[in-house]
Ligand binder design. Structure first.
Ligand code: C6P
Length: 411
């Protein structure tokens, strides 16, 4: 057991078969966790068990396998509620992930509640998933988008502007809990409280936070919260949307089809209450079951422990990157989440990531789906290393060594 850690990195790594491989002749260093996390064997086993023993459609068949599949699916909903401390399982709707969750809110809530002349408040650091759906809503309704400014390379929200921005015209404030491009941890509870005092509905994009730090929707005081299963050690194609009961009441169905109806006539239909009203068609049953296993796995390590570990790796990497002349490191110097985004003079981020891959180090380079933020910072792209609990300080040393070699080659 590592002295500073409440869990064993080595034991955690042993649960991830994918990490035991070489890439281009080097032991893999997987530092692209903000894009997607790896999956422990417990999750892979839950998927295998489901397909080997329990596979059936949910809520439909009155037979043993369907009963088991339904029980597993609904238990996963309950587990998600517990994971984010929602008061009841009915407050959780399964989606394909953060992107679909936000689109669901924009359509099913926004189309009813947003009118021409209303304002929707976002921040300058939003992922395209928390920007484009609101642009589309603004086009449909005639609403206007406003943005909380980002301070510059240190990547903080300029909170002094918030009092002027939170006007009665603002109907929704949607923001990232943790920025995927900067590593900034936004004061989500404070932002929700200030919006709530002004009568404004809030949406928290928890794509980068849900699996990395404790997330409690009641403590945050948000109206909506979205996250993706694949970033929290779960399968791809599954995610969740939380909403307060009064918000679900305000929403019309997102999609129509089987499962979401109470009664259907040729002339019209009536709907089930939430959450089923928002889950038309056969859902991703195995995904939900795999996600349940992932949440159990994370909570057994403890999200406080994960956050502390990720932050320690990010602080170490941030400091080490300071040795490169002319480097720009984005996001706050202190208190950053588990990722470091940077720009090295003379090396395009794509070249850097391609060269790092040849050394077995998996990074991400590009605009990270935050193109307007890149333009604001005056760069086309950055390189990004993003960490998780199975990463080690020794891997950060490998990464820094790779950057040294790349820097030497290009400069
Ligand atoms: N960011 C990254 O490499 P989906 O694709 O729906 O699971 O998540 C979208 C999303 C929304 N908000 C934030 C803050 C995100 O970081 C992401 C996904 C990945 O940074 C892929 S672009």
């Amino acid at each position: 057991m590592n002295e500073q850690l409440a869990f064993s990195e080595a034991r955690a790594r042993a649960d991830f078969p994918i990490l035991r491989q070489t890439v281009h002749g080097h032991p893999l260093v997987y530092f692209d966790n903000a894009a997607t996390s790896q999956k422990p064997r417990q999750v892979i086993e839950a998927l295998r068990h489901y397909y080997e023993f329990d596979n059936a459609n949910v809520h439909r068949g009155i037979h043993e396998l369907s009963a088991r599949a339904t029980a597993g699916f609904e238990a996963a909903r309950q587990r998600i509620a517990q994971f984010i401390h929602a008061a009841a399982a009915e407050q959780i709707v399964f989606t394909r992930g953060t992107t679909e969750s936000i689109n669901l809110v924009a359509r099913a809530w926004g189309d009813r509640r947003i009118r021409a002349g209303d304002h929707i408040l976002l921040t300058e650091m939003e992922h395209h998933s928390n920007l484009v759906p609101w642009q589309l809503l603004a086009q449909r309704t005639g609403a206007k988008l406003l943005f909380v400014p980002v301070t510059g390379d240190e990547g903080l929200l300029d909170l002094a502007t918030l009092d002027h921005l939170l006007t009665p015209k603002v109907k929704l404030f949607a923001f990232a809990h943790i920025s995927n491009s900067l590593g900034t941890v936004n004061p989500a509870a404070e932002l929700c409280a200030r919006a709530r005092r002004a009568g404004i509905v809030t949406l928290v994009d928890a794509a980068q936070s849900a699996g990395h730090c404790p997330v409690d929707v009641q403590a945050l005081g948000c109206d909506f919260l979205a996250f993706s299963g694949h970033k929290v050690c779960g399968p791809t194609g599954i995610g969740a949307l939380y909403a307060r009961p009064e918000r679900w009441e305000e929403m019309e169905p997102y999609q129509g089809g089987g499962e979401m109806i109470l009664n259907v006539e040729y002339a019209g239909s009536t709907w089930k209450p939430a959450p089923h009203k928002f889950e038309a068609g056969t859902p991703d049953i195995s995904g939900a079951i795999g996600l349940h296993a992932a949440l159990d796995y994370l909570d057994q390590i403890g999200r406080e422990n994960i956050f502390r570990h990720d932050q320690a790796l990010a602080a170490y990497a941030y400091e080490k990157l300071g040795e490169f002349a002319g480097i720009r490191r984005f996001g706050p110097a202190q208190g950053r989440a588990g990722l470091v985004s940077f720009w090295l003079p003379g090396v395009h981020a794509h070249d850097l990531v391609t060269a790092a891959d040849q050394l077995g180090v998996a990074l991400r380079g590009g605009h990270h789906c935050t193109q307007p933020l890149m333009h604001k910072l005056g760069v086309e792209s950055t390189a990004r290393a993003s960490f998780y609990f199975y990463n080690t300080h020794a891997e950060v040393d490998r990464f820094i060594d790779a950057i040294r070699q790349i820097n030497k080659f290009f400069n």
